[in-house]
Design a protein. Sequence first.
Length: 163
Amino acid sequence: MSHDWIDQGLRHMREREDQLRQATARRLHHAAVIKEKGADLMRQLVVGVGAAVNEYKQRAPKGAEEIEFEALPREGFVVTRTGLPRVVLECRPGYETHLLYCNRTRTDDHESAPHELVFNLSMTVDDSDTIRLSEETRAFPTLNEVVEFLLKPVLFPTLEQDA
């Protein structure tokens, strides 16, 4: 007497083991891609952020000198708005964790306490081995969109407050 449910259960176990093996291989491949290409992506992001800050300084009618950009070692960067509201954005990559760690601090006036927002952008790898950055459910197709997402609250802090 054969029990079909046993065969079915064994088949499901093999399928599940195959799925786990494939998922592990995919994770290892993604980690290798990020290890190989992640620093290049971050260097491009640092260049893009620096270029956007320079463009802002050239085009802004007043107060452009209030924005400072500093490239940090190991593909990180800091952008500081020195006037009020004061905003500091610092981002550093974590290649092992596949994250871009970001910290944005805003101080509205000399009497108020700073408001800190800590957030991460995830490094994901698509089927063509391209690394993209995403924030929670929002994926950024281009680095320009990442630059805009990161810099808008720094360059235009009153727009964010009014929204």
